[in-house]
Design a binder for this molecule. Structure first.
Ligand code: OAD
Length: 249
């Protein structure tokens, strides 16, 4: 399902001047932990215990405790200068699109409206039985694990877990955006989780410029035309200012 508020006008035939692919690193300066790296979540937790359908079937309470904790962490976080820059770019460039692997909703909180969420959103819950879904921003959630108000089925976070397919429409739109953009900003992603990791390759294959914002080297780095080895909150506003913020490109 395409996220609410998304407007991808004539995506298939349109050449997007600019697409941003974002990952956990863009939210790092907001205080949201990343997954990989020395302070990443996957150092202390195992994805197979917490972020797979099997883990949820085995122990929904454990999985929900972890997601409830992450919701509490994210609830205290505000968008940073990198999120705000992307929201500002959207105001200036009609066809700009953010494709994110993040589930934290900070792009929307910064004001971005055209956001494709490839891995879902941690603030949405959906029923495992009848597919009823709703946004619920309460932290902590009053009853864990939560149950569906309609059928009493178990609710789950509306996020994509390892081994699950990505939302088809969002992935198709992202793929099309990658194939048709002139420039892709690759911001704060380790670019190792498929299929999102293939998007910069698809953009490159179609002769787009790749510009990476990441303090660490990634598989994207070698094919990037420009690399900013800095926190995105510093480099992205500077890059945008250099591009002539305010001018339509
Ligand atoms: P990762 O945690 O794998 O990578 C975060 C990247 O952000 C790393 O390359 C860091 O170097 C970089 N980084 C850290 N601080 C930064 C900063 N201030 N500015 C810019 N970059 C910074 O996160 P993702 O690539 O988003 O999936 O991970 C992809 C997916 O793997 C996630 O969506 C999640 C995870 O397991 C699922 O849970 C299904």
């Amino acid at each position: 399902m395409l996220p609410r508020g998304l407007f991808v006008h004539g995506m298939r035939s349109m050449e997007l001047p600019l697409v941003a692919l974002t990952g956990a690193g863009i939210s790092a300066e907001s205080g949201v932990p990343t997954f990989r790296g020395s302070r990443g979540l996957w150092r202390d937790y195992k994805p197979q215990d917490l972020a797979t359908p099997e883990a949820f079937r085995r122990d929904p309470g454990l999985v929900w405790d972890w997601y409830d904790w992450r919701r509490e962490v994210i609830a205290d976080c505000q968008p940073n200068a990198a999120h705000r820059t992307l929201a500002h770019i959207e105001e200036k460039i009609d066809d700009f699109l953010v494709v994110t692997q993040n589930v934290d909703g900070l792009h929307q909180a910064a004001g971005s409206r055209r956001v494709l969420e490839l891995h879902g959103n941690i603030w949405r819950l959906r029923c495992t039985h009848c597919d009823y879904g709703r946004e619920d921003r309460r932290v902590p959630l009053p009853d864990l694990p939560p149950h569906c108000p309609h059928c009493r089925g178990l609710m789950r976070p509306d996020v994509v877990w390892f081994g699950e397919a990505l939302p088809r429409a969002a992935m198709e739109a992202a793929w099309s955006a990658a194939a048709n953009c002139r420039t892709m900003l690759v911001v704060g992603t380790s670019a190792v989780v498929e299929p999102a990791a293939s998007l910069p390759r698809e953009a490159r294959r179609n002769n787009a410029r790749l510009i990476e914002f990441n303090p660490a080297r990634t598989p994207v780095s070698r094919s990037a035309d420009e690399v900013f080895r800095e926190p995105a909150g510093e480099a992205l506003p500077r890059w945008w200012a250099r591009m002539g913020a305010g001018k339509r490109r």
